[in-house]
Design a protein around this ligand. Sequence first.
Ligand code: G4F
Length: 341
Amino acid sequence: MAKKRAFITGITGQDGSYLAELLLAKGYTVYGLIRRSSNDPLVRLPQRVRKDITYLYGNLRDSASLRRALEVARPDEIYNLAAQSDVGVSFKIPEETFEINYHGLGRLIHEAVAINPKVRIYQASTSEMYGSTKPPQNERSPFNPVSPYGEAKLRAHEDYVVGYRDRYGLFICSGILFNHESPRRGEHFVTRKITQSLAKIKLGLQKQLELGNLDAKRDWGFAGDYVEAMWRMLQQKKPVDYVISTGETHTVREFLAAAAKALGMTLTFTGKGLRETAMDEKGRVLVKINKNFYRPREVHSLRGDSRKARKELGWDPQVSFDELVTMMALADFERVRREQK
Ligand code: G4F
């Protein structure tokens, strides 16, 4: 049988790197869309898989570039992971966020279907679409986004995923993924910001860490588990949308305390709101609040109900919250120590 061909947008990000590894291990030929960049765009991809991927230049703003890339890749499966994925930043660049996260999907679908109407498309949708809806959130919960990022992703989901599937019978589905993290997570997301900063503090390379809202609650899983769910969705008989989550929720403060513990530090929290601080055993203030890291509007609480995915896809998250935090904290500690030498 001919090898299956997959085309991944966002291959240079956390999820793209884990998905590329998974698909290569399953025998796929993998194509990745990359943007020209003066920095090395492949840093997140492990060395051992970099040479097995075919990179094609293009981006979601440029239909002609997508057409050219898709004509080379001729994919059976497309995973649209490229996005302006920073929720906080989306308040500052709402048009750009819509351009990539909404119109980008439209361009990709039009070009892909013109080449192969039977292509299977996975869209990276998000729990941010639930916004102010109270947890637990599942496939039947109402969407109430509170950020330009959440709005753009919701419109992409409703217009292009649900809309085109119903109207044109395309094989397209959304994974409504709750937060998923790993040592490959971008450094501006709160989990990686915490583990990297604590590693530096522990090694005497940084004095303090400044954060925003410590009360926000997130359902954090391991990205390596979540890409398995993406693949399973495209192997189904019919395109169906699924919530992918652990079902457990923790505050940012809990993540911070757990990461410190993994590095052998105990944090004591005092004060409230903007005056809250976290001190170490010696009374040194390691964490302060900076109001600039608060968002104009916040998603206060996310906890996904992924029973449908567990039942129909046979998917189960393998990595617990404590294992995830420890994995990230130790990976950053080792990396910072290596780079210091
Ligand atoms: O790590 P975050 O930036 O992730 P957020 O906003 O939940 O979004 C991530 O998950 C979504 C899935 O639900 C994805 F769709 C999205 O692309 C992205 O991957 O922030 C998590 C929480 C927020 O409540 C934020 O206000 O942490 C809070 N926070 C507190 N201090 C901070 C900080 N977030 C960041 N980035 N930096 C801080 O200093």
